[in-house]
Design a protein around this ligand. Sequence first.
Ligand SMILES: O=c1[nH]ccc2cc(O[C@H]3CCNC3)c(Cl)cc12
Length: 298
Amino acid sequence: KNGTDDSKDGLAQRLTDLEFGLEFRLDLKAEDLKHLKELGAGNGGTVSQVMHITTKTLMAKKIIHIDANPSVRKQILRELQILHDCNSKYIVSFYGAFMSDADISMCMEYMDVGSLDNIYKKKGPVPLEIVGKITLAVLEGLNYLYENHRIIHRDVKPSNILVNSKGQIKICDFGVSGQLINSIADTFVGTSNYMSPERIQGASYSVRSDVWSVGITLMELAMGRFPFPPDGSQLTVLELLQHIVNEPAPRLPTGEFPEDFDDFVQQCLIKVVSERPSPNELLVRIFGEIFFYGTFLN
Ligand SMILES: O=c1[nH]ccc2cc(O[C@H]3CCNC3)c(Cl)cc12
């Protein structure tokens, strides 16, 4: 399916896909795209809405400026091809990536309602039944990436969760290219407010580190504000990182949220990573128990 797989089953697979029209691969170039408007910026790139001229498809194009030698850029482009195989309704679709000058451009499915950080900052705290839908979509997306591609997101936060007018919720900006992660880390300060205690302390990153970020994200959406520090005072970046490592995990304000939501967030924010559940364990618990029905998740 990804072109480079020359094995017999790869060819058979390609024929099957062509037969069923599953695999329609655009060969994207800069001149095929018409720039329409700026959408956002984040972790090393700016995103704009573009129109693919011949197919009249609206797309989101992320431009990443890489100050690296051509061979590093080629490797990043090669690693981004993995995105063609990341097919889940909880992950924004990938149309292709190409090099233009010293930049790498990635074209993705356009999500016309936008990212959750902009939505809650405009509309206020997210209603709990929507937080439940977001929870399921994010956990399913993370679980898909890890179980099928051993990909850990590394940057779960409201601005990387997107919504469209069909009511679909999808995640984006996950760490698919190791080389890209290194290149961005070299040029951009990567301290995210959603970083787990173990990651702040330099421990190895695991899929459970993403679950910590899910917990902080859900609190922020439900409360309508970033949950650190509890009293809302202003902390510098360093004070915030020290707070996350040394202080108990943040808690939802008592009595304002259903107990099952409070419990779920507490599970995500267990500070000891070995005791914190994985996305898969959380999904099994949700779907395995009555827990799912009559709670914030249904
Ligand atoms: O519509 C989109 N489709 C795919 C991706 C994408 C990324 C966007 O912003 C980045 C920058 C901040 N986090 C995500 C934005 Cl604002 C929109 C999209």
